[in-house]
Design a protein around this ligand. Structure first.
Ligand code: MG
Ligand code: MG
Length: 259
């Protein structure tokens, strides 16, 4: 069932989203060679808890053990932070963060380069970010879920990369995952019509190689089946009468958000 949000509820989500934005900006600064994904997680939890009433939304969600999902290189999503996973120059790390505040969730992700990355990896990050922005641009009243997916898919496939299909974006609000599902592929005009007050997490997961994925024995970490690298960008977006409103930005924009 789709649950529309009032403008007051969207303001709560924007306050949760601003904290998510701050965590991701901090993670971008800290994701340098020699830092472990557990270090990022610890700092993220501390930063979230500095905000009155804010909680790390993923910790305990479906049994996930940490504040952040940290997914390195061929890991697509849901990587578990670990002291043993020390970032090296040339890696990429996808950081996914959720915050719960005033009864509402906000959810966003970015993929950061660690040190110097190769040009194909840079292109992967650029294309995935552009695909997210193209999806967001469709998030307006009267458009359809399929318009978002079609816009994302076109950018990704025109660049020669592939879109993960088994995992999708979603509605978000009083629950972390609400209807409707927001696939990163599709056809214009298909699916639910978007209306004012709907809030969605749009989150392309893009692989350099084939689109297929598998889950590791830890039952969480999703990797590309062919071992190619994968990037993940996500924002929580409110559909308003004026068009899309991105709720997951820190007031002070980070480097990747300005580009
Ligand atoms: Mg997320
Ligand atoms: Mg999400």
């Amino acid at each position: 069932m789709i649950q529309l949000k009032s403008s007051r509820e969207i303001e709560s989500m924007a306050r949760a989203g601003a904290i998510v934005g701050r965590v991701l900006a901090m993670a971008e600064e800290k994701a340098v060679p020699g830092v472990s994904t557990a270090d990022l997680d610890e700092d993220a939890e501390a930063l979230i808890r500095e905000h009155d009433g804010a909680e790390p939304a993923f910790k305990g969600l479906y049994g996930f053990p940490a504040t952040l999902c940290t997914s390195v290189n061929e890991e697509v999503v849901h990587g578990i932070p670990s002291e043993e996973r020390v970032l090296e120059s040339g890696d990429i790390v996808s950081v996914d963060c959720g915050v719960k505040l005033e009864g509402f969730y906000a959810d966003a992700a970015r993929t950061f380069p660690v040190g110097e990355v190769d040009s194909e990896t840079e292109r992967l990050l650029r294309v995935t970010r552009k695909a997210l922005d193209a999806g967001i641009a469709e998030a307006a009243p009267g458009r359809h879920v399929g318009d978002i997916g079609a816009a994302v898919q076109k950018i990704v496939e025109d660049a020669g990369f592939s879109v993960v299909r088994e995992l999708v974006g979603h509605g978000v609000g009083r629950s972390a995952h609400e209807d409707p599902q927001i696939p990163n592929y599709g056809r214009r005009g298909d699916g639910t019509e978007l209306q004012e007050g709907l809030v969605v997490a749009i989150e392309p997961m893009v692989n350099v190689g084939g689109r297929h994925i598998r889950t590791l024995d830890d039952d969480w970490t999703v990797v590309t089946r062919d071992g190619s690298r994968s990037a993940h960008y996500e924002n929580t977006v409110a559909i308003t009468a004026d068009g899309p409103r991105v709720l997951t930005r820190a007031e002070v924009q980070s480097r990747s958000q300005r580009e």
